[in-house]
Design a protein around this ligand. Structure first.
Ligand code: EPZ
Length: 445
């Protein structure tokens, strides 16, 4: 692969990164039926960790199917700050980590993207040290990282936190982490990914028990294996990694985004519309598909990577609780609640993964929903129709839920806080417009 110029940002449309993006408003006119097929982008939560994983390789890597998102741009800035070369070409990204000039990630960048913390494992594995600001909490929870830290300590790293920064290093003359047997108190996606990446270059074997089984963990494992890592069991609750001295280059494609796909399936249900999605991996959406079929619709597999949603005659209320994969994904909880807000009856949704992921309830109630919160449970009494209103998005998936609610509401919904939406959805309004939805992004007043 030819030498790649060092670029510091991955260009996004100015509309997504300008200060005006924060004040822009999405105007959604409810009532339109949708039809046609929507293209699903690459998975944000795979692309972010795979970009960090590219630090493990002493040779340049190409990663394909990378979505154009603000979070991706921010991860690119973090890698560039470490002295890594990046070159964006369409939906591909070339990352050249042959030399890593710095092992400290800047606070101002980490504070804007929690996923920046993913660089700690690869930096420790390759460079023997890392200084990463604590990612801190966000709207949905405190988001601690003690499972990451304890696992790295089990692998022989000295890790201490000082003035809000995690200082980690491999002590003594050993430049490599040591394989270890690690039990995760909770099947944390991030901790599983951090420790799996660190273990690829460790001395000896690492076993991660009670590991997360999300598809993005498996995608990361497949990425690392394509660089020569020796990983068994990704996608199950026990992952075994046999460390190797180094990893080589690869050309790897990211899986489709199951949460974006699920968001469009719920859009079909909300608007009683028949739509198709491609590419998609149906087995990444088993829990959601089962719940949508309980609601009354049909989700038909039209090919190895294509789904069709067919609405049913009714919208039945359905109880659910979120949980680690293969349970119902917490990242679909807000969107599904918007659907239950117009179901014919009452339902209970319990959020078990994050401690504060019900911020969308107040905004849905502003649109005429009838939802009460009792601890981590939301009791939703379906109403015949929501009514359009000005609303404020509180977090990424809440913003998607408000868009969906606006599609089904009577009248116009004005959604502020679009910077949340732009972190995780590539051109959501363009894709929905293509399906026939009536919505447009307007500059803020
Ligand atoms: C990943 O976050 C995703 N983000 C999240 O997606 C997703 O909601 C989450 O996994 C669960 O599926 C990315 O992959 C970038 P966790 P992560 O570690 O890794 C607790 C979205 O909307 N925990 O599995 O941070 C934690 O507080 C985002 O796209 C500890 O207590 O999730 C939480 O309650 C939101 N200690 C629970 O585990 C730790 O050391 C799940 O967190 C780590 C986690």
């Amino acid at each position: 692969m030819e030498d790649t110029a060092i670029v510091t940002t991955i260009n996004l449309p100015n509309s997504l990164t300008s200060p005006e993006a924060d004040s822009a408003v999405l105007e959604v006119t409810g009532g339109a039926s949708l039809s046609g097929q929507v293209a699903v982008s690459g998975a944000k939560n795979s692309a972010l960790v795979v970009m960090a994983g590219a630090l493990l390789s002493g040779q340049p890597c190409r990663i394909r199917n990378i979505p154009h998102l603000v979070d991706i741009e921010r991860m690119g800035e973090v890698l560039a700050a470490l002295g890594v070369g990046l070159q964006r070409q369409g939906d591909s990204l070339e990352i050249d980590a042959r030399s890593i000039a710095h092992t400290q990630a800047p606070y101002d960048l980490v504070s804007r993207l929690r996923a920046s913390f993913f660089v700690i494992g690869p930096l420790l594995a390759r460079m023997g040290e890392a200084r990463i600001p604590l990612p801190g909490g966000c709207a949905i929870g405190a988001r601690p990282v003690e499972l990451h830290v304890r696992g790295l300590q089990a692998m022989g790293a000295n890790v201490h936190i000082d003035h809000g920064t995690v200082h980690a290093c491999v002590p003594g003359r050993r430049s490599r982490l040591q394989g270890a047997k690690i039990y995760l108190d909770y099947p944390s996606v991030g901790a599983t990914e951090t420790l799996m990446m660190a273990a690829t270059l460790a001395e000896g074997e690492t076993i991660i028990e009670n590991a997360a089984q999300e598809p993005e963990v498996t995608d990361l494992a497949n990425f690392c294996r394509s660089m020569g890592a020796r990983i068994q069991g990704a996608g199950t609750n026990t992952i075994a990694i046999a460390g190797v001295p180094s990893l080589h280059s690869t050309d790897f494609g990211i899986i489709p985004d199951r949460i974006e796909a699920g968001t469009f399936l719920v859009a079909g249900a909300m608007t009683r519309s028949e739509i198709s999605l491609c590419p998609v991996i149906p087995e990444h959406l088993t829990a959601l598909i089962a719940k949508l079929q309980e609601v009354g619709g049909q989700v038909l597999v039209e090919g190895p990577n294509r789904l069709r949603y067919v609405p049913g005659a009714t919208l039945n209320p359905v109880d659910l609780q979120t949980g680690p994969f293969p349970g119902f994904p917490t990242d679909m909880q807000a969107q599904f609640m918007a659907l239950m807000a117009v179901a014919q009856g009452s339902s209970i949704i319990t959020e078990t993964v994050f401690e504060n992921r019900l911020g969308h309830v107040a905004e849905l109630n502003r649109m005429g929903a009838d939802i009460r919160i009792n601890g981590s449970c939301a009791i939703i009494k379906g109403v015949p129709r929501l009514s359009g209103a000005p609303v404020l998005a509180t977090d990424l998936r809440a913003s998607a839920a408000l868009v969906l609610a606006g599609l089904a509401a009577e009248g116009t919904t004005l959604i502020q806080g679009l910077h949340h939406l732009d972190r995780g959805y590539e051109n959501l309004e363009g894709k929905l417009q293509q399906l026939g939805a009536q919505l447009a992004r307007k500059p803020g007043v």
